[in-house]
Design a protein around this ligand. Sequence first.
Ligand SMILES: [Zn+2]
Length: 72
Amino acid sequence: MVKRKSSRAALCELCGGSMRKNGFTSGGRQRWRCDACRCSRLRRRPDATRLAWFRAFLDWLLGGVSMGRAAA
Ligand SMILES: [Zn+2]
């Protein structure tokens, strides 16, 4: 188990490892980088992310969107 750097540190969406601050985007948002798998992410609110996934799943489930479009 990887010890988190701080309680506010983001966790990697791919491997679950702790992420390190890695500068800012041109839009001024905090950029994070995973120590373990080196992926770079923007931190998003987990509830907003979950809601977006749920909506995409519902679109797919209700047959309005093809699998390819839902994945995009
Ligand atoms: Zn990772």
